[in-house]
Every structure is written in C-alpha cells, then in structure tokens.
Design a protein around this ligand. Structure first.
Ligand SMILES: [Zn+2]
Length: 387
C-alpha cells in the first residue's frame, strides 16, 4: 500500500477522492453536488439546483448562446452490497499500488465519480484559460441515474426546453472504455423496450384437457417464436436488435390444475432500424399467426440514438489520439445511459470515460493515471470546439 499524500494529487484526483468518500447511493446526493458547485461558482458559473421527487440535480452554466456544450453525468452510485465482500472499504477512496500501477479504489471510482471530477476540472481549466469564450459551457449532474431517473435528467430536460437551453453538444462521462483507457468512444446507444405479456387460456382440471385451454403451452409457443425471430439485420453503427425473455409466472402451484393465464416479461435492445411501433406490429402479427389471445403492455425505456459524425466526435477523437497516442473505436454496445434523454433534443451526444470493467462490482477501482488523462482529453475537446 502506497501512502499517498493528498497534496501529491492533482485537483481532479482530489475531487474524485472526495466524491468517492460520500456514500451517495441512488437517489441520494449527500453533498457531492455541493463539492462541484464550490469549484464552479467562484469562476462565475450560474449554478442552478433543481430538486424533484427526492432527486437532486445541478445545472452549472458559463456564458450564453451558441455553441452550447454540456457535460452530462451522475453523482449517485449503486449500493456496494455487503462491505465484507470487499477487500477495502467501498467508500474509503484509498489509493493502492498493484503491480506498479496506482489505483483509486471505491464504489463510483469508475461509474462515474472520476469522470465527474474530470468534467468539473475541465470546465475550471477551460474557463480560467478562456474567460471570455464564445457560447456556453456547462455540466448537468443528477443523483438518480442508476435508479428510475424520476426527478433526474428527464426533469431537467423539461427545464432546458422551457428556458430554450438546447445543447448543441453533449459529452457524457460514463465509463466507455473496454480493455485499455482510451480504446472506445460510445457514439450511440441501443433503444430498450419492455413488454409485459399475459397469454390467456381456460383453467381447468388436468384430467379433463378437453375442457381446458392451456395458457402455459400457448405462451411457450409464443416465447419460442419471439426468441427465434430475427428482428432486423443490424445497421451501420449497430448490431442486430436482440430479444430476451426476462421473467415467467404461471400456474397455481397445484399439480392437477391447467393454468388459464401465463405471464411473461421480455425486453428488446433495438437499433435505429426499429421503433416501438414496428416491434409491436410484428408481435401482433406473430400472436395472430399462432391464434393466441394476449394482453400486452409496453414500456419504452429509451429510444436508440447515434451520432454518426461531426465536430464533437472529431474533436474528441483527435484529443484522445493526441494525448494517448491511440485511436478510439466507435461503439454502440452496452446498456442505456442518460444520453438517451438529451439526444431527442437534436443534440449530438457522445460518451467517453474510464474503463468499465469493474462497474457495479465489488472492489471497483480506477487507474489513477486515467483520471488526469481524462481531464486533459476533456479540456482539449472543449478547446477544439471553442477556440
Ligand atoms: Zn453510470
């Protein structure tokens, strides 16, 4: 264990350490945003705190007009679970040297307090060097990204619309890299659609099948058909859309009762070839072809979005290459992010942050060196767009 003196750390790493020490489990911010406000307020950032449904959001802006560049992130973290499963305190923010590499350890170190610190300090560096920059730069942070987002980014998006604050560019600091820091930019995300399907039959005694209509057997056919369906062939930036069954509930528990209902839940991760309507139409077609009676309720969790090219992507790509000496590849893999709430504004959204190999796991840690590199990449990206 290296005994790291706080004074040896950069401002960015120090801020990351202080953020990780706060156990801000969704949707509690517990003062993370105050630390960020304290860095940005003295530089003339207009810091607006927006609270709703137990969620706290900070919108900090410097300058006005266009171009409008917004960093996006979250201060909440998922629960560490049982502390005893960790080999260090999850909110200790300890720095440890493992085989020659320094790691900052703790819940949120990858997802995404290192990025929160890097985005904040990038704004500090940029505004200190360019106090009279054109346009507007800022950051939006929420304390409810890992949960249901209630009162979070979608709530602030309504505020942005109301005040005609529509970002041209949004850089999301979510952990995007896979094997090495700098290897991946996420230039889009797949959409997510959930369906709750109840297949209806007729309940009855198992010994009198002529009087029953077995909902389990019917649902099994539908589930097999949905699973075997090819939903599309993929597109330029996306793999084929995928379908998975996630939950099944059926039967009374008795061994002699044929079920009259079978419920299952399923989810599509879909690309820009598909929409909720297209998926629902296909499902109806399959239900009809199997001659089934079903009740179906859809929940759209997010639409797919992709930033195919443009100045933000170019600026970020070039900054990564200049600072790390490697080219990042573009990816749309993985789950959804709050970028899905910003993209429908017509904003170009890309995501770049640290590695994601330990997110939501025990013993989450980030390479210390990547925090300062991330700060530099963000600053360079801002300069390329504004200077
Ligand atoms: Zn995250």
């Amino acid at each position: 264990m290296t005994n790291f003196k706080e004074s040896n750390l950069s401002m960015t790493a120090k801020l990351a350490v202080n953020l990780i020490k706060i156990p801000s489990i969704t949707p509690n911010d517990l003062g993370c945003l105050d630390l960020i406000k304290a860095r940005l307020s003295p530089l003339g950032f207009n810091c607006i705190t927006l609270e709703d449904s137990g969620t706290t959001n900070l919108l900090a802006l410097h300058g006005t007009g266009s171009p409008f560049f917004l960093f996006l992130g979250h201060t909440d973290v998922v629960s560490p679970g049982n502390d005893a499963d960790w080999s260090f305190p999850p909110f200790g923010a300890e720095i440890k040297n493992i085989e020659g590499t320094d790691y900052l350890q703790g819940r949120g170190s990858q997802d995404m307090k290192s990025s929160d610190a890097a985005m904040t300090e990038a704004l500090v560096s940029f505004v200190e060097a360019n106090p009279n920059h054109k346009g507007c730069v800022g950051i939006l942070l929420t304390s409810n990204e890992e949960g249901d987002a209630k009162g979070g980014t979608p709530f602030v998006v309504e505020y942005l619309k109301e005040h005609k604050l529509i970002p041209d560019y949004c850089l999301v600091g979510e952990p995007s890299c896979v094997d090495t820091f700098g290897d991946t930019i996420k230039n889009g995300r797949r959409g997510s659609l959930t369906a709750h399907i109840t297949v209806l039959g007729v309940q009855g005694h198992v010994a009198y099948p002529q009087r029953c209509d077995n909902a389990a057997a019917k649902a099994a056919k539908l589930m097999a058909t949905l699973s075997e369906t090819t939903w599309d062939q993929g597109s330029e930036f996306f793999p084929k859309s995928s379908f998975q069954i996630t939950n099944i509930k059926c039967g009374t528990g008795a061994e002699n009762v044929v079920p009259g209902e079978c419920y299952f839940m399923c989810n599509w991760r879909f690309n820009d070839n598909l929409t909720q309507e297209k998926i629902a139409n296909k499902v109806s077609e399959l239900v009809n072809s199997l001659n089934l009676k079903c009740e179906i309720r859809y929940v759209l969790n997010g639409l797919p979005f992709v930033t195919k090219c443009g100045d933000l992507l170019e600026a970020l790509n070039a900054s990564i290459e200049e600072l790390l000496g490697q080219k990042a590849k573009l990816s749309t893999a993985g789950g959804t992010s709050d970028g899905r709430f910003i993209a429908p504004l017509g904003t170009k959204v890309v995501e770049f942050g640290p590695r994601s190999n330990l997110i939501h796991k025990v013993n989450e840690a980030v390479e210390l060196a990547s925090i300062d590199k991330l700060h530099q990449i963000y600053v360079k990206t801002l300069e390329k767009i504004f200077c």
